[in-house]
Design a binder for this molecule. Structure first.
Ligand SMILES: Cc1cc2nc3c(=O)[nH]c(=O)nc-3n(C[C@H](O)[C@H](O)[C@H](O)COP(=O)(O)O)c2cc1C
Length: 397
């Protein structure tokens, strides 16, 4: 559970109403409380019971239902909301809010709330481009309401064009950035590396190492949410590209080196979280090496130490953070790396611990600064580790 925030999720009567279920689940997984308000038409598409089960809260459809506890619910939800998110937003609900109509629970709660409101419109293309809908959207934008652009594609009605609800994962990420109020990294340019790199042997084989990329992606997301401009140089991973982050995909050590050097001078903080291959085959075979029985001798040579290179180039204004995945003498090895590579911090994790590190959503690390201060953290989510890294940097600056 990372942030204690409340989202009021308004669901209106569009064909994409079922996709709002995924948004509820994704927000809940981030520890966010979700109260769902459905329009009466939305309840024709998906039952309130389904939203109730996923949100673990009662769902309100009828404003005049007998309340279960005595409170005026549209007022209490309007006050409780840190964000009102409308998914999908019909042409009708947009039109109502733009014109001051409050004739059901959703439109009345929006009217009664000071919380930011984020609409995710979804409708037939002809409806979406209708000047009345567009004028309503522009009117709402001009007074601070926010919108997630619909996607283009083949719509449920068979027409093709703009009007599709974007991927619920994207909607969730945009909602998270709105919920996050600590913008202490605003104006900073942050470069993060993540994932493994490959060292090719021949056209089909390569040497790689364990790294899911989750730690670096989490750091990039935290930096983005705290207001930074983020470049993420990523080795091969199965992770989705984080919204609002510039991602440069690379494969090998030298590709990662080039991408990092291209962005290094422009960066205020650089966090090297990638598990870069230290060794590569002495020679690359242009053709697939055939099975010849017995032993295949493979000579490996050391590849570039990217972190060392960055340490050499670092100016006094830049902060350089390395990661040390160690299996023994964690703190001593990490301290040696700080000196050898001219780092400001090193984040050391013991890869021998169970349920943390490679592939896991959790990590247990120590953050060591160049003057020897050590912050020993408990096991926590990788996102929370990212938060702690930036807390340490910001506090010590
Ligand atoms: C099968 C069906 C699908 C619909 N899909 C959409 C849609 O995707 N977007 C939209 O704006 N309206 C859609 N409508 C029309 C809305 O349901 C209608 O405008 C309704 O009054 C919206 O009410 P609400 O905004 O209170 O939920 C659809 C209607 C039907 C019958």
């Amino acid at each position: 559970m990372e942030f204690k925030r409340n989202v009021v999720l308004g669901v209106s009567g569009g064909i994409a109403a079922y996709k709002a279920l995924d948004v509820v689940s994704a927000l809940r997984k981030k520890g966010i409380n979700v109260d769902v308000i459905m329009t009466e038409h939305a309840a024709k598409f998906v039952t309130p019971l389904t939203f109730q089960s996923l949100s673990a809260n009662s769902v309100i459809v009828d404003m005049f239902d007998e309340p279960k506890v005595w409170e005026i619910q549209h007022i209490s939800l309007a006050k409780k909301a840190d964000l009102i998110l409308v998914v999908p937003a019909t042409a009708n609900i947009i039109g109502k809010v733009a014109n001051g109509i409050a004739d059901d629970m959703l439109s009345t709660t929006i009217m009664a709330s000071k919380a930011p409101v984020l609409f995710a419109p979804a409708m037939n293309t002809v409806m979406y481009v209708n000047p009345i809908v567009q004028q309503n959207i522009e009117r709402l934008k001009s007074i601070g309401y926010e919108f997630i652009e619909p996607a283009s594609g083949i719509l449920a009605c068979g027409d093709e064009g703009k009007g599709k609800l974007p991927d619920p994962k994207l909607i969730t990420e945009i909602a998270l950035t709105k919920l996050y109020t600590n913008k202490d990294l605003y104006g900073k340019r942050i470069l993060v590396t993540a994932g493994p790199t490959n060292a090719p042997i021949d056209p089909v084989r390569f040497i790689c190492n364990h790294s899911s990329g989750k730690m670096g992606y989490s750091i990039a997301e935290v930096a983005r949410d705290r207001g930074a401009e983020v470049v993420l140089v990523s080795g091969p991973t199965n992770l989705d590209i984080p919204y609002g982050v510039k991602v440069i995909r690379v494969n090998t050590n030298s590709e990662m080196l080039n991408a990092v050097l291209d962005n290094f001078d422009n960066s205020d903080i650089v966090i090297k979280c990638a598990a870069v291959a230290d060794y590569k085959p002495e020679s690359y075979s242009e053709i697939k090496i055939k099975k010849a029985g017995g032993i295949l001798d493979l000579r490996l040579i050391q590849d570039t130490d990217i972190l060392f290179e960055l340490g050499r180039r670092k100016t006094d204004k830049q902060i350089l953070v390395g990661f040390a995945a160690e299996s023994n003498d964690l703190i001593e090895n990490a301290k040696t790396k700080i000196v050898k590579k001219n780092l400001d911090y090193i984040v050391a994790n013991d890869i021998m611990l169970k349920d943390t590190g490679f592939g896991s959503d959790y990590n247990k690390v120590s953050i060591i600064s160049k003057d020897g201060e050590i912050v020993n953290l408990d096991k926590m989510s990788k996102r929370a580790v990212g938060e702690e890294i930036f807390n340490t940097i910001v506090k010590r600056r």
